[in-house]
Design a protein. Structure first.
Length: 384
C-alpha cells in the first residue's frame, strides 16, 4: 500500500514499545509501577468538572467560533497578562485542541519546506516529528547535564544557519525539568530577533516551578512581540489532560493563519471543554498551588532516592514533574525494557528525548507508588 511521502518523515513515538509491554503485563495481572505517565494524578478540580456538567445540562453542545468563544479567549488573555505580564488582545489569541495542537498549528503556519528548526535536547518527543512533518530540517542543540540542562544564547547562536526559521523553547522542560534563566531567555529572544528567527515558547508547565521561583514568560517583554509565539495548555496546570484545551498567543497575522488552518482541520475545540476551561482560568486557583506543593515533596523524595543509588546521577529539576536521572547505560531502551520485564517498573528511555544514558521518571503519582518503584529500581540496578 502506498502512503503519502510525508508519513515517512515521522516515526512512531519512542515510548510506544514500553507502553505496549506495560499494557501486556498488566493484562496478565502483573503489578507494574508506571513512572511513564506525563499527566497529573490529581482529579480535575470540582468547580471545573461542575462547569462542564452545567454546559451539558444547558445544551451548550453546538459549534462555537473556530478559535474559541470570546469569553474564553478574553479570560486567557487577561490571566496571561495578570500572571505573566504579557500584552495581548483578542485578535492575538486562539484556543486549540490541546497544547500539542497549538504547537502543530504554529509550526504549520510559520515553517516552510526546507527551513531549519532549532530544538534543544533533551526535547519533548513530538517537537522533532512535527518539524519533520512540515518539511523542516531539525538542528538539535545539546544542553549540558552538569549545567542542569539549561539552554543558553551561546548554544543557540552556534546552531543558527541562514535557513533557521524557528527555535522551540520548552521551559520548564519535559523531560528534564530544566528552567531557562529569565535573563538568558531575554538574550535568546534578542539573538533570534536580530537573526529574523521565530521563538516558539512552550509554556505547558509554566506554573510548576520550585524553590519559590516565579513563573516567567518571554511575552512579558513587548519588544519581542513580533518574533515570539506562545503555546499554552490547561492540561497540566488544572489536571485537564483529557479535556483537550490549549491556546496560542502571538501576532494577529499568525493567529489568523492558525485559525485558517483550524477551520479546515478540527474546527472549534469542544464546546463543553471550553466552558470548563473558562471556569479553570477565572475561578479559584488554590488547586494549582496544592498540586505544586505536593509535587515539591515528591521531587525531593525522588531525587534523594535516585542519588542514593550507586552509579546514578540526577540533576535537580527546576520545574514540571519529572526527574531525568543518568543511569550510566548507553542503551536506555534496552534498560527500560529489562526494568519493566524483570522489576515491573515502567520508565521512558532517554532515546525518546534525544539523549543517551538517561531515563524519565514522572513523579505525578502517589508517594506509596514512588517508594515501591524506586525500591525496585535500586534492586534492579544492584543486579546489573
Amino acid at each position: 500500500m502506498k502512503l503519502a511521502s510525508r508519513m515517512s518523515r515521522i516515526a512512531v513515538s519512542g515510548t510506544m514499545l514500553v507502553s505496549e509491554k506495560t499494557i501486556q503485563l498488566r493484562d496478565k495481572g502483573v503489578d507494574v509501577v508506571d513512572f511513564g505517565a506525563g499527566e497529573p494524578d490529581f482529579p480535575t478540580p470540582e468547580n471545573i468538572r461542575q462547569a462542564g456538567i452545567r454546559a451539558i445540562e444547558s445544551n451548550f453542545t453546538r459549534y462555537t467560533a473556530i478559535g474559541g468563544t470570546k469569553d474564553l479567549r478574553a479570560a486567557i488573555v487577561d490571566q496571561h497578562a495578570r500572571d505573566l505580564g504579557s500584552r495581548y488582545d483578542l485578535s492575538e489569541c486562539i484556543v486549540n485542541v490541546g497544547g500539542k495542537h497549538a504547537i502543530f498549528n504554529l509550526c504549520s503556519a510559520l515553517v516552510d519546506e526546507g527551513d531549519d528548526v532549532i530544538i534543544p535536547t533533551p526535547y519533548w518527543v513530538s517537537f522533532g516529528d512535527i518539524a519533520h512533518y512540515v518539511g523542516a530540517r531539525t538542528i538539535f542543540v545539546p544542553t549540558r547535564e552538569d549545567e542542569g540542562f539549561r539552554l543558553t544564547a551561546n548554544m543557540v547562536e552556534a546552531a543558527i544557519t541562514p535557513k533557521t526559521r524557528l527555535l522551540i523553547v520548552n521551559s520548564p522542560n519535559n523531560p528534564s525539568g530544566a528552567v531557562v534563566d529569565d535573563d538568558e531567555f531575554v538574550r535568546i529572544a534578542e539573538l533570534c530577533r536580530k537573526n529574523d528567527i521565530w521563538v516558539l515558547s512552550d509554556e505547558c508547565y509554566s506554573k510548576f516551578l520550585y524553590d519559590g521561583r516565579r513563573p516567567f514568560s518571554i511575552a512579558s517583554h513587548p519588544e519581542f512581540k513580533d518574533n515570539v509565539v506562545i503555546a499554552g495548555s490547561l492540561s497540566k496546570t488544572y489536571a485537564m489532560t483529557g479535556w483537550r484545551i490549549g491556546y496560542v498567543l502571538g501576532p494577529k497575522e499568525v493567529v489568523a493563519a492558525v485559525q485558517k488552518l483550524q477551520s479546515h482541520s478540527t474546527s472549534n475545540p469542544a464546546s463543553i471543554s471550553q466552558k470548563a476551561a473558562l471556569e479553570a482560568v477565572t475561578g479559584p486557583q488554590e488547586s494549582v498551588q496544592q498540586m505544586l506543593g505536593e509535587y515539591a515533596k515528591r521531587r525531593r523524595f525522588v531525587v534523594d532516592r535516585l542519588r542514593a543509588i550507586p552509579g546514578v546521577r540526577c540533576t535537580e529539576p527546576g520545574g514540571a514533574f519529572y526527574a531525568y536521572p543518568n543511569v550510566g547505560i548507553r542503551d536506555t531502551m534496552d534498560f527500560a525494557l529489562k526494568l519493566l520485564e524483570q522489576a515491573h517498573v515502567a520508565v521512558v528511555p532517554g532515546e525518546a528525548f534525544g539523549t543517551k544514558e538517561h531515563i524519565r521518571i514522572s513523579y505525578a503519582t502517589s508517594m506509596e507508588l514512588l517508594d515501591k518503584g524506586l525500591t525496585r529500581i535500586a534492586k534492579f540496578m544492584e543486579s546489573l
